[in-house]
Design a protein around this ligand. Structure first.
Ligand code: KG4
Ligand code: ZN
Length: 343
């Protein structure tokens, strides 16, 4: 490990529909965290439109970075490195951040560090939990990923399980659209679920044969669609709140079930969650309870650090920086980058 006392990193994130920049010291001390969300624009189309996302990133990224430096009371001259998400994500969106980070790092004579988006989500846990150190287990649940990960050390990951089809967040988004809630699905389903009965409709809890920790959500999504169709054919009114609450409970049961299974098999004493779906209160409370019952310390970022942001990229980048990792000017966006693999 490098023994430099204070490492200040300017971090940039643009993998999907948030243009974000942050200044983070030593991976845990967030000096600024600016997020410019495009949700209002993509809502008009019922989901993220990749070309629009790229264009909006281009329009906003300079200003977002300037605001992040301003809010931290610093300039580029104070930074030790520039970090950027280079995958996975939408290629055009990623490219905007990567090109920007390269230009800034080159002009300011700073090292450049490309960060894996999921490593960023996992590292969001370090920000508010100063005592958290690997090893621990982490369940990353976002719009593009559902990964059960063993964090063996900083930057060292073993994927125990992943989704075979839809990511959990993707299922939330698709079901929300089907029941007329629109985009973004996760927060909307959570909101109406408060008024619904989670036991109203018996949706399936899929087990993936042959892999203990893998997930599958496409069957659940189809079950919801089938239920809606059969209600329509039988002229039975659909209670949106009940469908939402029953679907949410089915997702949470599967996520918590696999988590508990891994906790027991690996004798884990620390368990963390990350990603946009981790901001869901029902999920947070269920998994917190399951951990508590087993004497496992539970960690979760506050909701604003679960969804996409650049502070988490700055947190991850500190440990990569300390391990001596640097990228050169050939760094490129890799839309399907695998966790633990350098592209
Ligand atoms: O991590 P994230 O911001 O972006 C990706 O890396 O994908 O996650 C976005 C996903 C979306 O699918 C969104 O519907 C879901 O997280 N999400 C939620 C909630 N907030 C966001 N899902 C369930 N409950 C929520 N409160
Ligand atoms: Zn994300």
């Amino acid at each position: 490990m490098n023994v430099q006392e204070e490492v200040k990193i300017l971090a940039i994130e643009s993998s999907c529909d948030e243009t974000a920049a942050a200044v983070v010291i030593n991976g845990r001390d967030v000096k600024s965290n600016i997020i410019s969300s495009q949700i209002d624009i993509h809502t008009l189309y019922g989901g993220v439109v990749p070309e629009i996302a790229s264009r909006k990133h281009i329009e906003r990224i300079n200003q977002v970075i300037a605001r992040a430096l301003d809010a931290a009371g610093m300039t580029l001259a104070d930074m030790d490195a520039v970090a950027v998400t280079y995958g996975p994500g939408l290629v055009g969106a990623l490219l905007v951040g990567v090109a920007e980070a390269k230009a800034i790092a080159y002009a300011a004579g700073l090292p450049l560090i490309g960060i894996h988006h999921i490593e960023g989500h996992i590292s969001a846990n370090y920000i508010e939990n100063k005592e958290l150190e690997p090893p621990f287990l982490c369940l990353v649940v976002s719009g593009g990923h559902t990964h059960l990960v063993r964090v063996k050390d900083y930057g060292v990951y073993e994927i125990l399980g992943r989704t075979r089809d839809d990511a959990a967040g993707e299922a939330f988004d698709k079901v929300a659209r089907a029941i007329g809630l629109g985009y973004p699905g996760g927060p909307k389903i959570e909101q109406v679920s408060h008024k619904g009965n989670p036991d109203a409709v018996a949706f399936p809890r899929a087990k993936v044969t042959g892999s203990e920790y893998d997930f599958s959500f496409s069957g659940l999504k189809s079950a919801v669609l089938n239920y809606l169709n059969s209600c329509q054919m039988k002229n039975i009114p659909v209670v949106q709140e009940d469908v939402a609450a029953s679907f949410q409970k089915a997702v949470v049961d599967v996520l918590v079930g696999n988590a508990v299974h891994a906790i027991e098999a690996y004798g884990a004493d620390k368990f963390a969650i990350a990603g946009g779906v981790a901001s869901n209160q029902t999920f947070r409370e269920s998994i917190r309870k399951a951990c508590g019952q087993r004497g496992v310390r539970f960690y979760c970022p506050s909701p604003g650090l679960c969804t996409d942001n650049a502070a988490m990229i700055g947190a991850a980048a500190y440990y990569e920086y300390s391990a001596g990792r640097r990228d050169d000017w050939t760094l490129n966006a890799i839309p399907n980058l695998k966790l633990g693999e350098r592209g």
